[in-house]
Design a protein around this ligand. Structure first.
Ligand code: F0G
Length: 459
């Protein structure tokens, strides 16, 4: 029997035509792009799975909101709306607007890590890691071991390994750790959820040692939906109630609004402590802009206030996670390995398993991303050794825990037929996998290199 996925709780009012290139044209485009998908023109991409960040489709209500946006420098109406909505959703007394997630990290981590040596997280996203390093500290990942086996079922592969966390605190000294960060969902582990139980336990450990507990809330709504499905305590709770349980007693959070708040630009910082909020406001004014707009235009703030509500609607979340599960089921049929069970915003193909002949230092996940573009004009990206980069102390290529090719699905953008194209392309690639070659880097910057590095195929 075929499973029934929850269908789109919307219909389409406006469409964006796509260009269709031939395979020969795509081969030339990717070579001209130095085999870095970030250098491709979006017009040359058929299905863009580079990210789910800022790529969602806004609703007619949000577009109407764009016209209502108040562009005043100080005290704009939309500012009060977004404050109201965010305080209600997160249950945090202090909320600051910033222009995106990494701006939130820049504002907050600079404060929390001042005079400190370490940040520990279930897994840092790459910009979070960069801001920890820019603040002069080192980022330590501490995810549960279950996350490392992509074929093994585990309800909450995003969880913090609390035993190991305690050991790290003992070894490194609580006084040297500026913050413990819970990333929900755990993007780098495959968009995997974190349980409320694990959040509570981690928070308890942090507070026992006098360390601040922060949530990276980029995909908090998708995380909450998984909690409802998988954590018995919450099976009868509303999404709203689960969000309250997640944020309860967290000291602060950063958020990229470009994901679960379904807007093209925006970010938030939240906290409970007035003294901390004063510091956040000061840094926001210097880095982002006056506190009532925080680097955003009024029209985007208005759309954000609406998107925050739409992104936590349970029917929407059912459809959203259902898209991932549909694509994952097609890959199961074809025997293509991915981080399983599938996560909330993307399917993370296990490139180590699909291309076992390519070693980590020849970037199998990047090789697969390039193949997907050649095969069907699909743009995916490497979340593996190519993205991880070099050790900041030794300059040597690091070996990532995973070699994932991430197929991030934008919100409310692609149909089930698009998902079928993705599955069919992967099936075709699997058939000729042994012929696919690795890549070498011929030019790279020292930090966040995957965005701008240049590569060549290894002959
Ligand atoms: N934290 C997480 C968990 C993220 O996934 C991202 C962005 C950020 C912080 C930074 O937010 O982009 O608004 O500055 N992730 C995007 C992605 C870019 O493709 O996964 P930002």
């Amino acid at each position: 029997m075929k499973p029934i996925y929850f269908p789109e709780p919307f219909r389409i009012k406006s469409v964006e035509p796509l260009k269709m290139l031939t395979r020969a044209e795509r081969e030339k485009k990717i070579a001209d792009a130095d085999y870095n998908v970030f250098y491709l023109a979006s017009q040359d991409v058929y299905i863009d799975l580079l990210t789910d960040s800022g790529t969602g489709a806004m609703s007619s209500q949000q577009w109407a909101g764009v016209m209502m946006g108040d562009e005043s420098y100080a005290g704009a109406d939309c500012y009060y709306k977004v404050q109201d909505t965010a305080k209600k959703i997160f249950g945090m007394p202090y909320i600051q607007l910033v222009h995106q997630g990494r701006a939130a990290e820049k504002v907050l981590l600079g404060i929390l890590l001042s005079g400190k040596k370490y940040a520990i997280s279930n897994m840092h996203f790459d910009t979070t890691r960069a801001h920890v390093e820019l603040a002069g500290a080192r980022a330590i990942d501490c995810v549960v071991p279950e996350a490392l086996d992509t074929t093994k079922y585990y309800d909450f592969k995003g969880n913090m390994d609390c035993k190991r966390l305690e050991q790290y605190i003992k070894e490194l000294g609580a006084e040297n750790i500026g913050v413990i960060i819970m990333t929900i969902t755990n993007n780098s582990a495959g968009g995997q959820p974190v349980s409320v139980e694990n959040i509570r336990q981690t928070r308890k450990i942090a507070h026992k040692h006098g360390i601040k507990f922060m949530i990276d809330a980029a995909r908090y709504a998708e995380n909450s939906y998984f909690v409802k499905q998988r954590e018995p305590e919450f099976k009868n709770s509303t999404i709203d109630e689960i969000i309250k349980a997640i944020f309860e007693d967290a000291d602060c959070f950063t958020m990229s609004s470009k994901k679960d708040a379904i807007v093209n630009m925006g970010g938030l910082v939240g906290c409970r402590d007035k003294a901390l909020f004063e510091l956040i406001k000061q840094r926001t004014i210097s880095f982002e802009g006056f506190i009532t707009y925080g680097g955003m235009s009024g029209r985007d703030i208005e759309a954000l206030a609406i998107g925050l509500q739409e992104g936590i609607d349970e029917n929407y979340l059912k459809y959203r996670i259902g898209q991932m599960q549909y694509l994952a089921a097609r890959l199961d049929e074809a025997g293509i390995a991915y981080q399983s069970p599938v996560g909330g915003h993307a399917v993370f193909i296990d490139a180590k398993k699909l291309l076992p002949h390519i070693p980590y230092h020849e970037f199998p996940a990047q090789a697969l991303a390039i193949e997907l573009y050649k095969e069907a004009g699909i743009r995916a990206c490497d979340i593996g050794s190519y993205m991880l980069g070099n050790d900041p102390d030794t300059g040597k290529q690091l070996e990532a825990e995973f070699e994932f090719t991430r197929l991030a699905i934008p919100r409310r953008v692609y149909t089930q037929s698009h998902l079928d194209v993705i599955a069919d392309a992967l099936i075709n690639i699997k058939e000729r996998a042994s012929e696919i070659k690795g890549y070498k880097i011929v030019e790279e910057p020292p930090i966040l290199r995957h965005f701008t590095a240049k590569l060549r195929p290894i002959k």
